[in-house]
Design a protein around this ligand. Structure first.
Ligand code: GUN
Length: 279
């Protein structure tokens, strides 16, 4: 039976550490949060991030914009926040409503305020191991592995999913930690043959029931990044939890696993931004 990795408890520790360090700064750090439109999941995520800020002593500046907002108005807001000395980090919640260009917005955010680590400059910095913000979800996964003393060096790591936000940066961080990494995706034939090789399996696809026990090597570490709703409307990941829990050595629950860690890593990035800005 696997050990359940308690993301919620670990995130609370990270946030407490951030809060203590924020107290030592010469001014309060600030996060600007942009939410365009009324995607219900995004509203929940954004409220969570704002409440984390409050817990950590970080100011949050909320910018709720209607779905009809134009690209030009959105870019003007980003530019205004780039210039605002009280704003250390800018987070534009994705996805944006139909018709708005996400890439353009990501490019417009000043790299020193890009606490999501989505800007190509920061993605490049991360890919060569240069100092930068770390992408929140993959960094949260690495922090979980560290906290539970799960070694990565020399291990076979398989990442399911190749998104810019999770799969690709996850593969980079695992590689930097000396893992041997395979990235699988929707066009990968015989997925199960590859996932069965994994000592560490990170799943970030977004399909309920994707990973079953027969796809997991006995004793593997299984990290479920996904956040889905099943047929009953209950939150769940991509991993069939009960049967995989019986086979794995460590497993992350959904909810209460990777999600809270993602948010905690965002708080750490805001602290880093504020320090870089001389706070
Ligand atoms: N949408 C889903 N995850 C994220 C995230 O980490 N940051 C932003 N800005 N939008 C998201």
């Amino acid at each position: 039976m696997a050990v359940r990795i308690d993301g919620k408890a670990l995130a609370a520790q990270v946030k407490e550490q951030v809060r203590r360090e924020v107290e030592t700064l010469s001014r309060q750090p600030g996060l600007a949060v942009i939410l365009v439109g009324d995607n219900p999941a995004s509203q929940v995520y954004v409220r969570g991030k704002e409440s984390d800020c409050a817990e950590c002593g970080i100011r949050s500046f909320s910018h709720r914009l209607p779905a009809q907002t134009s690209q030009k108005e959105l870019l003007e807001l980003v530019e205004q926040l780039n210039q605002d000395a009280a704003v250390d980090g800018i987070l534009c919640q994705l996805p944006l409503p139909e018709g708005l260009n996400e890439d353009q917005v990501i490019h417009a955010i000043a790299p020193d305020k890009d606490v999501d680590c989505f800007h190509p400059f920061n993605v490049g910095q991360m890919s060569i191991g240069a100092p930068t913000f770390l992408p929140c979800t993959p960094a949260g996964v690495m922090e979980m592995l560290r906290a539970y003393e799960i070694p990565v060096a020399g291990k076979r790591c398989v990442v399911l999913g190749r998104s810019n936000i999770v799969g690709k940066p996850m593969a980079m961080l695992l590689t930097q930690a000396d893992g041997t990494v395979t990235v699988c995706h929707s066009r990968t034939p015989d997925l199960a043959a590859l996932t069965r090789e994994a000592d560490i399996l990170v799943v970030a696809v977004g399909r309920v029931g994707l990973v079953t026990a027969d796809m997991v090597r006995p004793g593997a570490v299984v990290i479920d990044v996904a956040m889905n709703r099943n047929a009953d409307g209950k939150l769940c990941g991509d991993v069939v939890f009960d049967e995989v829990e019986a086979k794995a050595s460590y497993i992350t629950p959904v909810p209460g696993g990777v999600g809270p860690m993602t948010r905690a890593m965002l708080m750490r990035n805001i602290l880093t931004a504020a320090r870089n800005h001389g706070a």
